[in-house]
Design a protein around this ligand. Sequence first.
Ligand SMILES: Cc1ncc(COP(=O)(O)O)c(C=O)c1O
Length: 460
Amino acid sequence: MLANSVIETVGNTPMVKLNRIGSHTKANIYAKLEYMNPGGSVKDRVAFQIVEDAEREGLLRPGGTIVEATSGNTGMGLALAAALRGYKCVFVMPDKMSEEKIKALRAFGARVVVTPTNVEPDDPRSYYCVSKRIADETPGAFYANQYHNQSNPKAHYRTTGPEIWRQLDGKVDAFVSAAGTGGTISGVGKYLKEQRNDIHVVAADPIGSVYYDYFNTGRMPPAYSYTVEGFGEDFLPTTMHFDVVDEVVRVTDAECFEYARRLVREEGIYTGGSSGGAVAACVKLAERLDREVNIVTIMCDSASRYLSKVFDDEWMRQNGFLRDDPMEGTVADLLSVRDPSKLQTATPDDSVRSVIEKLKQFGISQLPVLVDGRVHGIINERDLLDHLIRSGDALMPIRDLVETRFAIVELRNKVSLLSQFFAQDLTVLVMDGGRIIEIVTKIDFIAYVSSTSARAQKRR
Ligand SMILES: Cc1ncc(COP(=O)(O)O)c(C=O)c1O
């Protein structure tokens, strides 16, 4: 694509089928990569529509200032549009937002005012009130007002909806979107329902936001704070058109973050927590429908804005979203914390005495017994002792004393598998590349679990 201006690169984003996430269901989940817009989010579409409409209506004039209460993404879009058309920008955002988002806005030359998160929307310190005051006090200011500006859903009705319909040749059964201002779900939902009224439109809503309760009861519940950024609200924006919404699915902070991390690591989709929430809702829907359907969702913005949060293990741990579960480690992890040793082996023809010598020399209590390089069984000190007490014959080959009950694990297996084998009193051998490379003992297992738990406790 050769563009004459960055404006032409907004929209027409790719749609990608998820291959791993949701593969246990019968649904196809398609993700529209809105983070590939030039400002890095779904909001570029909205910002350009808002500026275009404001210019046409005479609300924004040359030299004017765009003011907005934004959690960042609309700001990026507006800052882009402002840079291209020569406007100034002031953005007001709550203090729970990522440093990355604030810095990105400043990079465009915008002024950013940070306000406290935990105040009521009608408190004069809230970001809604502060942004409104700045708009009132600045000459030539235009308050973009994405929560009540109908250019917001219009952008999605005009562009995102038709793109989805075209990309899937009309084969859309459900549309799922994280709902913040509601612009995306309202615009796309309206367009899709006009094409086929039975398309199921689902809003993903973080627990703590008001949408779920309001949608299901018609009453406003108290809102409480949550950690995931960019979606859910504590009031009802007029850009949220519930008439095109069929269902609201609740998602937890933990689900949003878990799915965001999985999207990056398993699908290569470099996106943030609200997209994680949308995909979590897609999976819940797919599990419930239990039939082959095409579900489309929106990857709202880029993981780059959350590198010091969702994608930072320390931040995740400090906020209780990442547990140090030793059972989640692999056999390779267990071996990596153990003192390295060279595997000692025996053959069935070795004498009882020579095996005892070897056990003594290396301070070990059992050996794998190999025949032509393949495991035949295990010889252990307990059976040797029983034999000596019974017959006293130290020169006899160990052949008849070999224990043939044992278990084999691979380096990539979870440590939790070991506990099952140890519970059955099996000796565990580690195989790699078709060769036995190690024996894992109960004491190795105990040492690994206790050191992992101790490390986790120290960090807390
Ligand atoms: C990261 C992120 N996700 C989701 C949304 C929600 O989109 P909408 O406002 O269209 O409902 C936003 C909106 O600001 C956002 O910034």
